[in-house]
Design a protein around this ligand. Sequence first.
Ligand SMILES: Cc1ncc(C[n+]2csc(CCOP(=O)(O)OP(=O)(O)O)c2C)c(N)n1
Ligand code: SF4
Ligand SMILES: [Mg+2]
Length: 303
Amino acid sequence: MVKTILDELIEANEFLLPGNTACPGCGSTLALRYVLKALGKNTVLVIPASCSSVYQAIYPKVSFKVITYNVAFASAAALASGVKQALVKKGYDNVNVAVWGGDGGLIDIGAATVSGAAERNEDIFVFVYDNEAYMNTGIQRSGSTPPGARTTTTPLGKIVGFKKPMSFLMLLHGVPYVATASIAYPTDLYEKVKRAKDVKGFKFIHIFSPCPPGWRFDDSKTIEVARLAVETGYWILWEGGYRDGKINLTLSPPSRPYKDPSKRKPLEEFLKYQGRFRGFDERSLKKLRDWIEYQWNFINSFT
Ligand SMILES: Cc1ncc(C[n+]2csc(CCOP(=O)(O)OP(=O)(O)O)c2C)c(N)n1
Ligand code: SF4
Ligand SMILES: [Mg+2]
């Protein structure tokens, strides 16, 4: 019998151990599990302060089976660049050096070193698990929190700013590989990481990772919430990069039907599960719809 990509994903070795300290239903751990299965054992992780630094190890227990550096927020992509270059100088050419961090660490505080590494086209991976707030320190708003969402620092909903389009910014850096992914589509994520492994240079993968306590939904609904984000057109799955003198971009199969707005589920389906959107007013709804339209217009200008 021919093996499917799902068989391969299920059978691939595990590098994130069970029994770690993440909350039940944590989207971030699911994302990391699939990413590590695709990267394999020759991997070094670099983690800025985040929930991951906590579920990675609470002394004396460790839940990652790959070498991991815990580093100061802003330094992650710079440190990963140095680790990769040092390994290559020592003759270890085939090690995947990957930054694994949250939206606060990589889209806000560490964005400068991510941008610098992208501009230098360092041969590293940067994975952002996006749970749309600073969760580890008590659900503070980040540049990746969507308009209208309630956090502890936006108790009436985020009023100032949209959601920073970090993956578009990375694409416009002209790096060879940029993709978005979601924990609701594990084989899409797995295949993207495997394809990225064949690319020399800077690779950026932005993963939608719901957080039950931060978004205030039942921890049995993580996958459902992530799937609805794609089905309503809120989170768009795509893959692209700079090749042959131009930026190429492809809409990934799970998102293709939703290019047509009439095929999308109503946005309210995605919002209704989540306490962070409770009391969502018309103004916030319009802002969120405008932001979704902005994203689709950007994608449509390339595809
Ligand atoms: C320079 C610095 N500022 C603040 C902190 C406190 N801190 C630790 S984790 C964290 C939240 C990180 O948010 P994010 O990157 O989104 O990851 P998440 O917690 O959501 O997993 C903060 C603010 C710190 N460790 N270092
Ligand atoms: S707070 Fe959210 S991101 Fe952090 S471990 Fe819990 S579920 Fe995961
Ligand atoms: Mg976060």
